[in-house]
Design a protein around this ligand. Structure first.
Ligand code: SAH
Length: 470
């Protein structure tokens, strides 16, 4: 190890920055977040630094560096453009045993600053020993995406119970087990959702119960997005990696299931059109039972759970039984399909509104407000409309839309199997047959479809490319 990592307490401590430019400004911001009492020495200041001085966040010495500024400083940063000045600062600080950093000059540094992920009080520092700062920043970016911004809340909450937990569980192993179950369970989610009062009550109950007790689980109704794993939300991914059991159906792409915690139990609950592996009521009750056993149940839904996903019904049952639950939105397939097929759902010239409808038949007929759907200057996206595509397109025409209105179908949007076929209201039903398009696919109707020719960018391979046909 070339550098020994430590975290230094700088609250109310005097620190000195030599230099008044952009780099000095960045360093000043950083030191201020750590509560330092900061002096900047420089003949001139960048405007934002000058503003910080005006607001008395920072003291300013309007002069060149001189050694008499050093005594009493806890930390020194040299950030001038002049290497000779930086060297002088470094040597003088070293002579007094004050830690000194010279920006972009590792040889003159007695300490280096890492890339920081700040979820205070949780702070993660990444260093490559000053050799490849860009790599440290890349690693930081990855960690940033993995560690929810609300972890800071969790760290603060846990810290506030530290002594209580220590007194309650004298045995170190018991303490570890207790903290693991708290930090990975529903209680942690409650904290990170900002409901501190509820979390405190739950924590008191947990402390009273001890570690052997069977705690209540929770259900996470999670939108998995349209299929491409990168289109998951951070929150969805985190809950997927914590789940004890996952309930999924056809719309959840296999690549997404791969991301669920390895040892989680997987339950397929089907749901192809009119061929439900498990009736909706049974799914609802299954979740109640599993959560009642103390499990963290992940109900993974394609797209967004509240968009034609019966998500509302599922959580209504949970609410009825008093099971804690949370809903995580996902990118709905219409957004995914539109983006990946190059069909903007609204457009200043072509569509001032967009309507999402279902083509699914209820009581043997398609019940839609055709008068509204055939008005000009709008886009209509039909979910679950492949089986009824002919009837749908005919109805559009019968109710006054031109047969030449552009229309597209997008199958398995955003995944490697995506297929887009564009045509008109008249030609689309035939094209669907010709290209053997089956569910899951969306139909998009409106002038915006005409833009796909120019804007489609997602062409994975020959046989999945966009077919522009009229
Ligand atoms: N909750 C989902 C929709 C569920 S209804 C969402 O927000 O997207 C099921 C319908 O969604 C399918 O019949 C199909 O029309 C559409 N769908 C879901 N995923 C799709 C995908 N990857 N590509 C195209 N259509 C999709």
């Amino acid at each position: 190890m070339d550098y020994f990592p430590i975290f230094m307490r700088l609250q109310q401590q005097s620190c000195l920055i030599v230099g008044g430019g952009e780099v000095a400004l960045r360093k000043a911001r950083l030191l201020l977040t750590a509560g330092a009492r900061l002096t900047v020495v420089a003949p001139t200041l960048a405007p934002e630094l000058a503003a910080m001085v005006a607001e008395e966040q920072v003291a300013h010495r309007c002069s060149l560096f001189s050694e008499d500024l050093l005594p009493g400083q806890r930390l020194v940063i040299a950030a001038t453009h002049d290497r000779e000045v930086n060297r002088q600062v470094s040597l003088a600080a070293q002579a007094l045993g004050i830690p000194v950093n010279v920006v972009d000059d590792p040889e003159l540094c007695t300490y280096i600053t890492p890339a920081i992920i700040d979820r205070s009080p949780l702070v993660i520092a990444v260093s490559t020993g000053g050799g490849v700062p860009v790599l440290a920043r890349l690693i930081r970016a990855r960690l940033e995406s993995m560690i929810p911004s609300s972890f800071g809340l969790l760290a603060r909450f846990a810290t506030s119970f530290r002594e209580r937990v220590k007194a309650r569980f004298v045995n170190v192993d018991e303490r570890r087990i207790f903290w693991e179950s708290v930090l990975e369970g529903p209680l942690a989610e409650t904290v990170m959702n900002g409901d501190e009062e509820q979390a405190r009550q739950q924590m008191e109950a947990r402390l009273a119960q001890g570690i052997d007790s069977n705690t209540t689980g929770a259900v996470y109704l999670v939108g998995a997005g349209p299929g491409h794993p990168d289109l998951l939300t951070f929150r969805a991914l985190r809950l997927m990696q914590q789940a004890d059991v996952v309930l999924y159906d056809n719309l959840v792409a296999p690549a997404l299931l791969e991301l669920v915690r390895r040892d989680a139990e997987r339950i397929y609950v089907g749901k192809e059109r009119a061929n439900h592996a498990l009736p909706q009521e049974d799914i609802n009750l299954l979740m109640v039972r599993l959560a009642g056993e103390g499990k963290r149940v992940l109900r993974l839904k394609g797209g967004d759970p509240f968009m034609f996903g019966r998500g509302g019904e599922e959580i209504a049952t949970l609410a009825q039984y008093g099971i804690p639950f949370e809903v995580v939105p996902g990118i709905t397939s219409a957004s995914g399909a539109a983006a990946y097929a190059g069909i903007p759902l609204t457009h200043r010239d072509y569509a001032q509104s967009v309507t999402f409808v279902t083509g699914h038949k209820k009581d043997g007929s398609i019940q839609l407000d055709w008068q509204a759907l055939t008005r000009p200057a709008q886009t209509v996206v039909v979910y679950m409309g492949i089986a009824t595509a002919s009837e749908l397109c005919q109805a559009f025409i019968q109710h006054g839309k031109a047969a030449t209105t552009p229309a597209a179908v997008v199958q398995w949007a955003t995944t490697v199997q995506q297929r887009t076929v564009t045509g008109t209201l008249e030609s689309l039903p035939l094209l669907i047959k010709e290209y053997a398009i089956s569910s899951p696919a969306l139909i998009i109707v409106g002038e915006v479809v005409g833009l796909a020719e120019q804007l489609a960018w997602y062409r994975r391979c020959e046989n999945t490319a966009v077919k522009i046909l009229r």
